[in-house]
Design a protein around this ligand. Structure first.
Ligand SMILES: Cc1cc2nc3c(=O)[nH]c(=O)nc-3n(C[C@H](O)[C@H](O)[C@H](O)COP(=O)(O)O)c2cc1C
Length: 194
């Protein structure tokens, strides 16, 4: 058992990335809640992690974007089936700064950047044609210049205060290690019944 859950995450994440049976180790379920407490979840891609937290990017006006801003709380759940491992992460949410968002947005393929401009993520869409028209309009608009990041598109950092590592065990006797941050910001850990 290691003292530092982020370090442990690094080890497990590397193993998931190296596992040929895992198509995309970065795919993770992100759970948010409305201000009244109604939960919702969806898959996103983890775009970075370090001692400061776990970074994801999205449209800020999407359902998740609004809920992350409104409640400043989120949970992530990875499941790497071929390794029989689950990692749960819970914590507070802070927006990434513009520089970090610009840097990641700039690294995306051109068509994904145009797609971000064309999509009003999570709003009702009349027809697929309407979306494709938007792609044409945005492509023409940016024909001459750089496709910069829209103000409505950025990222969030989930700053963990609770992380749980789960390994499948025989006869449902799974291993669960829970890390929680204490008042001084230090990680404490212990076991949970499966
Ligand atoms: C594997 C996978 C990865 C995804 N990654 C992202 C992502 O990084 N950011 C994002 O905004 N949506 C991503 N999506 C789409 C979301 O699951 C979701 O459909 C969309 O963001 C709208 O969610 P919302 O209405 O709850 O905001 C991904 C979907 C899948 C299946």
């Amino acid at each position: 058992m290691t003292e530092d859950p982020i370090e442990l995450f690094g080890q497990w994440y590397r193993e998931a990335e190296q596992c040929k049976k895992i198509a995309d180790a970065s795919a993770v379920n992100l759970a948010t809640a409305s201000p009244s407490g109604a939960p919702s979840s969806r898959m996103v891609l983890l775009k970075g992690f370090d001692q400061d937290g776990f970074v994801i990017f999205t449209n800020l006006k999407s359902r998740k974007g609004k809920e992350l801003e409104q409640t400043s709380q989120a949970a992530l759940c990875f499941y790497w089936a071929p390794l029989a491992r689950q990692v749960r992460i819970e914590g507070s949410v802070v927006p990434v700064n513009d520089e970090e968002a610009d840097q990641y947005f700039g690294s995306r393929p051109l068509k994904s950047r145009i797609g971000a401009w064309a999509s009003r993520q999570s709003e009702p869409l009349e027809s697929r044609t309407t979306l494709l028209k938007q792609v044409v309009i945005q492509t023409a608009r940016f024909a001459q210049g750089e496709v910069g990041r829209p103000a409505f598109w950025s990222g969030f950092r989930i700053v963990p205060d609770r992380m749980e590592y789960w390994t499948n065990g025989e006869y449902r006797l799974h291993d669960r290690i829970l890390y929680t941050r204490d008042m001084d910001g230090r990680w404490q850990h212990g076991l949970l019944y499966p």
